[in-house]
Design a protein around this ligand. Structure first.
Ligand SMILES: Nc1nc2c(c(=O)[nH]1)N[C@H]1C(S)=C(S)[C@@H](COP(=O)(O)O)O[C@H]1N2
Ligand SMILES: [Mo]
Length: 322
């Protein structure tokens, strides 16, 4: 993890950005390390430890637990794609506040305190307010939606998220007419998030959407996955899912939402503006400067498949861009 110790200003871009070849190299090295470790273990231990490794069992009990599992909204289908197993999705995470090692996020993110959790709403709204997560999650009926999820690093998965349309939350906030964009902020807690103790990234994570994108029916205020509350590695207690955009447009563990007039800045766009645009709609015809976006690897099946324009959601979002 040496690159985290350097200043982002002194780094070649290949070291500060999520880059497919970089991950392949890391995974290869990690595979070697695991194989060596496994060889050193007594045979009776290792297999069962891995098979029973839980996903998200470190969650505190909360009153909102009774809202799960919610009913499925069948409007959005993943076509011929297979649902990704929960243990695969839950151990292949991007959450740089903790580590850049996808397989280790679940372990390190267990340190995050999610109860209590307060979200601050401000900027261009009738009345700025704060809302606790337990009040927020009860405001609107939860539903399950199976979405494709495409990371800019050219891997993808298909998972059943749980949440409610972000549009309903926007109505609750009563933005002023001058509000044209929404800005999101993730938590900043270096004491709990080891990745935030290292230099090199402009914490806390920040992202933004146009208001018309934020109020599209697909944009999901997400509180759960696989019929249960979100495990910490997936961005507990609440994150955003914008399924026609690259994964980084969906900030995890949100603590602040602001309505603004000007296009807000975003974390990856600030780090490498020529590689990560503000819009970042999934597009197989627009290669990343350092790799093709024409295909993607499904982390559940291991298959390489064609990438679809708007990640297959054209019928719902094309009108936003024409
Ligand atoms: N706060 C925060 N949000 C984040 C990230 C992050 O590092 N920090 N990574 C993004 C990226 S690159 C992806 S692909 C998705 C991954 O979500 P998942 O781990 O639940 O699959 O979260 C996005 N949201
Ligand atoms: Mo990503």
């Amino acid at each position: 993890m040496t690159f985290l110790r350097h200043s982002r200003y002194s780094l070649p871009k290949s070291q500060v950005t999520p880059e497919a070849a970089f991950w392949n190299r890391r995974e290869f090295l990690r595979g070697l390390a695991l194989a060596a470790a496994a060889a050193a273990l007594p045979a009776c231990n290792s297999k069962e430890d891995i098979a029973t490794e839980p996903t998200g069992t470190d969650l505190p009990p909360r009153p909102s637990d009774t809202l799960y599992p919610p009913t499925r909204n069948d409007k959005y289908k993943a076509g011929d794609r297979k649902l990704t197993p929960a243990t695969v999705a839950g151990h292949y995470n991007n959450f740089y506040e903790f580590t850049t090692d996808k397989a280790d996020v679940a372990r390190l993110a267990s340190k995050l305190t999610i109860d209590p959790w307060t979200i601050e709403i401000g900027g261009l709204v009738q009345n700025p307010f704060q809302i606790g997560f337990e009040d927020l999650v009860k405001k609107f009926p939860l539903e399950e939606r199976i979405y494709r999820m495409r990371c800019v690093e050219a891997w993808s998965m298909v998972v059943p998220w749980v949440g409610f349309p972000f549009r309903k939350f926007v109505e609750l906030c009563q933005p002023l007419l001058s509000a044209k964009y929404v800005r999101f902020l993730s938590f900043h807690r270096p004491q709990e998030a080891v990745g935030q103790r290292e230099a090199g990234y402009p914490w806390p994570y920040y992202e933004g959407l146009r208001l018309d994108e934020a109020t599209n029916d697909l944009t999901l205020m997400t509180t759960g996955i696989y019929g249960k509350p979100l495990p910490k590695q997936h961005g507990a207690p609440v994150r955003l899912i914008v399924p026609w955009k690259y994964g980084y447009k969906g900030p995890k563990s949100i603590v602040k939402i602001e309505f603004v007039t000007e296009q807000p800045r975003s974390f990856w766009n600030d780090l490498a503006p020529d590689e990560y645009s503000f819009l970042s709609n999934v597009d197989p015809d627009v290669p990343h400067p350092r790799w093709s976006q024409a295909t993607e690897r499904d982390i559940g099946t291991g298959l390489r498949i064609p990438t679809l324009k708007y990640n297959g959601y054209s019928e719902f979002v094309q009108s936003l861009y024409t």
